[in-house]
Design a protein around this ligand. Structure first.
Ligand code: KIV
Ligand code: ZN
Length: 500
């Protein structure tokens, strides 16, 4: 079996499309989890695009070991210089440089002739080689390029030293057989192709990113680029978890294997969704809440007789344990620890006493504690947002539209209370918090959904706020009281602005 390299671009192509700003701690948490998952390459950002990206690529390079750390550049010297500087402390640095190669991009966007594009590409690769050995070249919009021209430019950049060549379907236009045909054409016509790794990078505009990536593997690519949960520009990028499990399920069809620890897939998906505020649809392949549930009577009957009737993947392989016990206030530390272990939380990653206290607190308010509740509980196992916690909230509403809220916050040990009226209880609470914290933001989005089942379920609130300095920032809050959940999410977002 040949090795298939997994290239994760959640923090670059994924993040750049969200319109939100993740702070460096959030990016580090994702990068560290990607190492635990076992990806080979982490594309940490586009350093020349902003001081924030520069800082995050630099910090990830310094702090995260165990994977190649990659930075994106245009085929522009100053981008490459900036990227090399950001990658300076990386254990295994890679510069990912490139230029568009389709007629429409060359003529209308770059205003360059094909020969000028080749010259610029070769110069960029040579410049990047002055800094690092590992240089990946991307031929942007390769799928809509003239295949003969693609062969020409790929051959030249390999001569210039490119170690990896990326053939993106930038606009998600390909079908699997067309994409495979293009990759085969490159493999068969580029003379020096065996000295490099060919990579696939597909977008999902027609819902075929995973299929196209798999077709690329069958045609000879040995690196797949994508994101966790498929987040990314427009309809998203290839979902790495889908490609990984397609290969896992039918290894002989692809003749490749990955170094991925599949049992970390569910945890990685949850972390990315929580941090980015992008929910995973219930029906999403591999990581959706319903991906391993059997609802119809015929299916349930089949599963009870023989799992293989309707199950192609054992959920435990991707880190979703079978739900055999439900915890309650009567469950002891041992039962809690056991279930947490099954969910992928090893004891050295948390303080059992602290978690058990929070568990009992929740169990007092809810009769049954489900796995989803435990994930939330583990997410809350940190400190309150930047020294700010909610001491009290009281809301009076006349049942029609207007409401009055009184909120008490504790900021670094000091209590402050204020009140405001609003158009409904959530609006009133947010306005009262604004009066206390005085951080000027615009609320861009607010959503609330329930974690697990029943009317006593935890409410999971997400807010996105925009501020002039940090762009859009996401906050989350969870509570059995939905107004408190909303308040926590708002405070959480505002606290990130003060720390960004
Ligand atoms: O979609 C694309 O072509 C890209 C490149 C910059 C690699 O994201
Ligand atoms: Zn892309």
């Amino acid at each position: 079996m040949q090795k298939l390299y997994i290239f994760d671009t959640t923090l670059r192509d994924g993040e750049q499309s969200l319109g939100i700003t993740l702070n460096i701690n959030e990016k580090l948490a994702i990068a560290r989890q990607l190492v635990v998952l076992g990806v080979d390459i982490i594309e940490a950002g586009f350093p020349a695009s902003s001081p924030g990206d520069m800082n995050s690529v630099r910090t990830i390079s310094r702090e995260v070991k165990g994977a190649i750390i990659c930075g994106l550049t245009r085929a522009v010297e100053k981008d490459i210089d900036c990227c090399a500087e950001a990658l300076r402390e990386a254990e295994q640095p890679r510069i990912h440089t490139g230029i568009a190669v389709s007629p429409v991009h060359m003529e209308k966007k770059l205003h360059m002739s094909p020969d000028q594009v080749i010259e610029t590409a070769v110069a960029a690769v040579k410049h990047a080689k002055k800094y690092v050995h590992d240089v990946e070249f991307y031929a942007e919009d390769a799928f809509r390029s003239d295949p003969e021209f693609l062969v020409r430019i790929v051959e030249k950049v390999i001569q210039a030293g490119a170690t990896v060549v990326n053939i993106p379907d930038t606009v998600g236009y390909a079908t699997p057989w067309q994409y495979a045909e293009l990759v085969s054409f490159v493999m068969n016509n580029v003379k020096n192709i065996e000295t490099t790794i060919v990579s696939t990078h597909c977008h999902n505009d027609l819902g075929m990113a995973t299929a196209n990536s798999l077709a690329g593997i069958r045609a000879g690519v040995r690196q797949v680029e994508g994101t966790i949960n498929g987040i990314g520009e427009r309809a998203g990028n290839t979902s790495l978890e889908e490609v990984i499990m397609a290969i896992y399920s039918q290894k002989s069809l692809y003749g490749v294997e990955t170094g991925i620890n599949t049992r970390e897939i569910a945890a990685t998906s949850r972390l990315v969704s929580t941090i980015t505020g992008v929910p995973v649809p219930n029906h999403k392949a591999i990581v959706g809440a319903n991906a391993f549930m059997h609802a119809s009577g015929i299916h349930q009957d089949g599963i009870l007789k023989e799992k293989e009737t309707y199950e192609i993947i054992d959920p435990e392989i991707v880190g979703v344990p079978r739900n055999l016990i439900v915890l309650s206030a009567r469950s002891g530390r041992h039962a809690l620890k056991h279930r947490l272990e099954e969910l992928g939380y090893t004891e050295n990653r948390y303080d059992l006493e602290a978690v058990y206290k929070k568990f009992l607190d929740l169990a007092d308010r809810k009769k049954e504690i489900f796995d989803e509740d435990l994930h939330v509980l583990m997410g809350l196992n940190g400190k309150d947002a930047n020294g700010i916690s909610i001491a009290n909230i009281s809301v009076a509403t006349n049942g029609v539209s207007s409401a009055t809220a009184t909120v008490s916050l504790e900021i670094n040990g000091e209590g402050i209370t204020d009140a405001a009226c609003g158009n409904g209880p959530v609006d009133a609470v947010f306005k009262a918090i604004d009066r206390i914290l005085r951080i000027p933001v615009n609320l861009e989005d607010f959503s609330l959904n329930s974690v697990s089942r029943g009317s006593e379920a935890l409410g999971n609130a997400m807010v996105k706020v925009r501020c002039s300095e940090n762009g859009v920032v996401v906050g989350r809050g969870v509570s059995t009281d939905i107004i408190e959940a909303a308040a926590k999410a708002y405070v959480n977002a505002l606290s990130k602005i003060t720390t960004c």
